[in-house]
Design a protein around this ligand. Structure first.
Ligand code: GLU
Length: 465
């Protein structure tokens, strides 16, 4: 039997990390076995719907490469794939379920406490009320005795007493189905074999199984996923403004790194953690999904993003950084800049700060010349810069890092100084920053001879004041 999974987001205007993780796992479970991955839009809660949200879902799926085999814009014969377009289907099955004794009309207002009195209405009484146009819902009818059980692939055997299940609404008074009804009907009609979703649905699953049983339909394999938490006690939630895919992209994380990282939120690979989407398809296995909550660790994502940046070719990395270089007005060696940034950068949005000395150095600050380890201070830095200034006039290989490094090292040797006594003052003179991407050699290379001399001259003037 071909595996069929579905990702069933509600269009709320936001691709929460937990949602994307569900989408990814659905995709991986299907693709690992050559199955189908289906996108279904669950928009039956019209009040929660946000304009443009469906397009956003398409966009994220496309961007992350989670291509679906069937969905609203890709009919595989079991559509429509947008729930608000399936209302007649839900009504038809609600009627059938009533006939089978699995549901009933309810004319009560507000929340029910205890048994639903409408369960005792006769056929005639119901028809009368319907004819009068009294507002009503269709509720699930739950047996008062017995138990319902199932085996979840992650959480194991679950068994509940039927009497603990509430007779929830299946069709609301506005004619829309609730999730509790629509998910069962759709999963069955769309031939979904594996239901993959957050564990908040675990406790309602027995109710869904009662519906499957009433129709005599095959119950799908259930894979409930652990929550993604912010820390030990708090769930990541959009209400708290926690991370969404879009936010992470904006913060400069690569989609490959985001996808790789969220794959590990609830699943652990055999060994290597850096995994492409293809690797994940190959390696993903349901048996390694964990039931304990996953913690969203932004530092780990940062680290992983850095790994992805370093694993690129210099050309790819450079290409990626070009948009960030638009603020540079000086004619500098941008490829060298990328080469220097690549081993150090953790996320793209850090570029701005790393390169903010290129158009102009930061304002002069004598204290930066004092460096304990380098044994420098403003006085001996001035001496070092005067020396460098005198000799560098005749040095012309600014684009040869090795030659430039030799130049500084030889100068230090000649004066019997540690390298840092020369290099640190030059680095500060060129930037007026204590943290820079690369040292004196790389920065002089990036800036070129003319600008390097100009900045050293200016530093000498500043230090002489
Ligand atoms: N529409 C539900 C949600 O966004 C999906 C649950 C499911 O995957 O069945 O939470």
């Amino acid at each position: 039997m071909k595996i069929r999974t579905r990702f069933a987001p509600s269009p709320t205007g936001y691709m929460h990390i937990g949602n994307l993780r569900t989408a990814l796992y659905c995709y991986l479970i299907a693709k690992h076995d050559g199955g189908d991955f289906i996108l279904r839009i669950e928009d039956t809660d019209q009040q929660r719907e946000v304009e443009g949200a469906i397009d956003l879902i398409y966009q994220v799926m496309e961007e992350t490469g989670l291509y679906y085999d069937e969905g609203p814009d890709k009919d595989g014969g079991v559509g429509p794939y947008i729930q608000s377009q399936r209302l007649p289907i839900y009504h038809e099955y609600a009627q059938k379920l009533i006939e089978l004794g699995g549901a009933h009309y309810c004319f009560c207002e507000g929340e029910l406490e205890g048994e639903d009195p409408c369960i005792h209405l006769s056929q005639e009484e119901i028809q009368e009320k319907l004819n009068e146009g009294i507002l009503h819902v269709i509720r699930q009818t739950i047996p008062t005795t017995g138990t319902t059980s199932f085996d979840d692939e992650v959480y194991g055997h679950i068994e509940v007493e039927n009497q603990t299940l509430n007779e929830g609404i299946l069709i609301k008074s506005d004619g829309y189905p609730t999730y509790n009804f629509a998910n069962v009907i759709d999963d069955h009609l769309m031939n979904i074999t594996h239901v993959v979703r957050g564990n908040e649905y675990l406790s309602s699953t027995p109710k869904y199984n009662l519906i499957y049983n009433a129709f005599d339909w095959q119950i799908p394999t259930y894979i409930h996923l652990p929550p993604v938490n912010k820390d030990e006690t708090h769930k990541l939630s959009k209400r708290n403004g926690d991370a969404s895919y879009q936010d992470l992209k904006k913060q400069g994380y690569l989609k490959e790194a985001i996808l790789n990282y969220i794959a590990l939120l609830g699943w652990s690979p055999e060994d290597e953690e850096i995994l492409s989407l293809d690797d994940l398809i190959q390696q993903f296995n349901i048996a390694h999904i964990s039931k304990s909550p996953a913690i969203f660790d932004i530092d780990k994502l940062k680290w992983m993003n850095g790994v992805y940046l370093r694993n690129m070719s210099l050309e790819q990395f450079h290409e990626l950084l070009l948009p960030y270089y638009q603020s540079i007005t000086r004619d500098v060696d941008l490829l060298e800049l990328s080469r220097v940034l690549q081993p150090r950068l953790e996320k793209l949005s850090d570029v701005e700060e790393s390169i903010d000395f290129i158009n102009e150095p930061h304002p002069f600050d004598a204290s930066i010349y004092t460096h304990k380890k380098m044994k420098t201070n403003p006085e001996n830095s001035l001496e070092a810069l005067l020396l460098v200034r005198e000799r560098i006039e005749n040095f012309n290989e600014f684009d040869n890092d090795e030659a430039m490094s030799d130049f500084f090292v030889n100068l230090a040797k000649e004066k019997e100084l540690k390298n840092g006594r020369i290099m640190w003052p030059v680095r500060v003179a060129l930037t007026n920053k204590s943290f820079t991407p690369g040292g004196a050699v790389e920065i002089a290379h990036i800036l070129g001879k003319e600008e390097t001399l100009r900045r050293i001259d200016q530093a000498i003037i500043d230090l002489q004041q």
